[in-house]
Design a protein around this ligand. Structure first.
Ligand SMILES: C[S@@+](CC[C@H](N)C(=O)[O-])C[C@H]1O[C@@H](n2cnc3c(N)ncnc32)[C@H](O)[C@@H]1O
Length: 174
């Protein structure tokens, strides 16, 4: 094995090991499921801004852009961040940020939040979306892939996707 191959392997193992320790490991959403989610579950409009919290290789971001809406991805894994930047290069609808989702604020234009998280984090993700809806003082559509969000009642379900409407709470309710 060459030195470059060893360095590449070490970087990949470190990057993925970090994410396994601190958050959901990388598994992409199925494109066929996304098509259903953005047409039947929540009909995406060109005026929407979708934030994918843990955006992986950017498959969700590209599907959103294909439908004329704006997409913002937060990704902690530098390798996946680089891949998604590469795959969406030149696309003005897509923005990817190398950032820990727990420390990031959603852009003020956000209308939809997408997550393909992990069972152990889904409760915290729901609280994060609630906190950001309160901060923005705006209702957010919240789409979760694979997991129901504890404490909230889904308004709709399509395949493995659940749709929630997170209403901003006043300070004494939050
Ligand atoms: C199951 S994958 C989903 C990827 C993409 N959203 C999709 O549906 O195809 C979860 C992603 O979240 C990222 N992730 C995990 N913890 C994170 C954190 N704290 N901040 C940002 N991204 C995180 C992982 O690196 C991984 O790419």
């Amino acid at each position: 094995m060459t030195l470059i191959a060893i360095i590449t392997l070490t970087v990949l193992v470190a990057a993925f090991g970090f994410v396994v320790a601190f958050g959901a490991p990388y598994v992409p959403s199925r494109r066929s499921d996304l098509k259903v989610a953005f047409s039947k579950l929540y009909k995406l409009k060109a005026s929407d801004t979708v934030v994918d919290i843990g955006s992986g290789d950017g498959v969700v971001l590209r599907e959103v852009s294909r439908r004329g809406a704006r997409a913002v991805g937060f990704e902690i894994n530098p390798f996946l961040y680089a891949v998604s930047r590469l795959l969406s290069r030149g696309d003005p609808n897509v923005q990817v940020r190398l950032i820990n989702l727990w420390q990031a604020d959603f852009p003020k234009e956000t209308t939809v939040v997408y997550v393909f998280g992990e069972g152990r984090d889904i409760d915290r993700m729901g609280k994060k979306v609630q906190q950001q809806a309160n901060r923005l003082n705006r209702e957010l559509a919240f789409i979760s892939y694979g997991f129901e969000v504890p404490g909230y009642v889904a308004t709709k379900k399509a395949g493995a996707h659940y749709l929630y409407h997170i209403v901003p709470l006043q300070p004494r309710e939050a």
